[in-house]
Design a protein. Structure first.
Length: 350
């Protein structure tokens, strides 16, 4: 499939394919925009059905990072990497070192970090080959390390804003919340929700992840195919994207959708579909910016954990504004967020 005529091509600045014979590394890095700073966004390691799916994913994810970093007020443009995993092939330090060398060839135009399928440990191997990586272990109260606890904190506080706006309640206490995917972000989010008194429904395709959450708190495990349609107040997608579609939206019973997954809407029309059903959607890249806020503080070396906590706290205020604007204008939340992001990037270009 071509790139310039690809449905997800959005004037991306550059696209880079990497292959390393020795380790089997196959990776694509997409730099969507450097208008606000180096293109930053995590690395996803995933088993894709084919190269075309990987390309679609990296084009969409990198654009999302431009919007996320802009709305969060970070000095980062948007980029993303995908590593094409073979089914069953283990991760290896050599693979991530090879990936680090690939990132290094871009000379700082792209800054990487963790995303689905990658850990802090993997980023340490990347760091052996390049400085252009964040999400590394820190000490002494400095910002950084695994971004997912921060992503989850922002999501939890964003859910509080959303239930306030849609259900008129001040907390999630007693609400039924469905969490799709209990990996890094999903598990941390469940901890916050449980502590705040929510009733939890969870799904995952990994039995290890389910065992972990079940060991920690009472949850009802729902088969992955049913979770989106559970009879709950809040749906918190924390797995992969493309889940809110013309096929799924009519069957969703939650009144609020607010979670950490990137690219939840399959198309912009699906955001309209949610608004028409009076389901309040927290734009994914606004609510899940906690991790990249931590990554930015670590990368620029200018923040403590407490500074990150304060900045992550601002996500809730941004969402409140978007929800308020949506109520006043009757426009879908994703449109308002996209408009805000594009205006920030356009101002930076000028
Ligand atoms: P992760 O790989 O640790 O967790 C994802 C979980 O989803 C895994 O446990 C996986 O088994 C599960 N999953 C996959 N398909 C599923 C399905 N169909 N149904 C149920 N579960 C399924 O990844 P993560 O870091 O927790 O990221 C989760 C989402 O949040 C991703 O979309 C990611 O891009 C986004 N995100 C993550 C961060 C971060 O800080 N890690 C930041 C912003 C956005």
């Amino acid at each position: 499939m071509g790139v310039f005529d690809h449905a997800e091509f959005d004037n991306h600045e550059s696209l880079h394919y990497f292959h390393d014979v020795a380790t089997g590394l196959k990776a694509i890095v997409a730099v969507h925009s450097t208008a606000l700073g180096p293109a930053a966004g995590g690395t996803r390691r995933w088993v894709y059905n084919n190269d075309a799916d990987a390309l679609t994913d990296v084009l969409r994810l990198s654009r999302g990072m431009t919007y996320k970093n802009a709305v969060a007020g970070l000095k980062f443009g948007g980029g993303k990497a995908v590593i094409l995993a073979d089914d069953g092939s283990p991760k290896s330090p050599e693979l991530f070192r090879a990936f680090g060398r690939s990132v290094n060839t871009l000379g700082g135009k792209y800054i990487t970090a963790e995303d689905v399928g990658c850990s802090v440990e993997d980023m340490r191997y990347v760091h052996e080959e390049t400085e252009f990586v964040s999400g590394l272990p820190q000490s002494g109260g400095d910002a950084g390390g695994d971004p997912s606890p921060w992503t989850a904190l922002g999501c939890f506080q964003g859910i509080e804003a959303a239930v306030q706006a849609r259900l008129g309640v001040d907390s999630v206490k007693g609400l039924r919340v469905a969490v799709q995917g209990v990996g890094h972000v999903g598990l941390y989010l469940c901890r916050h929700l449980h502590e705040a008194g929510a009733e939890l429904f969870v799904s995952d395709v990994s039995s290890d992840c389910l065992k972990q959450v079940e060991a920690e708190m009472p949850v009802t495990v729902v088969p992955p195919a049913d979770l989106l349609f559970a009879d709950v107040d809040v749906l918190a997608p924390c797995a992969l994207g493309n889940i809110l579609t013309s096929a799924t939206i009519p069957k969703i019973r939650a009144k609020v959708i607010a979670g950490g997954a990137n690219n939840q809407l399959s198309t912009p029309a699906d955001g309209v579909g949610l608004a028409e059903r009076d389901i309040l959607y927290a734009p994914d890249y606004v609510i899940n910016a906690g991790g990249i806020i931590s990554v930015a503080a670590e990368y620029y070396g200018n923040g403590s954990e407490e500074d990150v906590r304060t900045d992550v706290g601002r996500i809730k205020d941004r969402l409140k504004k978007i929800f308020e604007q949506a109520r006043e204008t009757g426009r879908p939340t994703h449109e308002l967020a996209d408009e805000l992001a594009r205006s920030i990037v356009a101002a930076a270009r000028q």
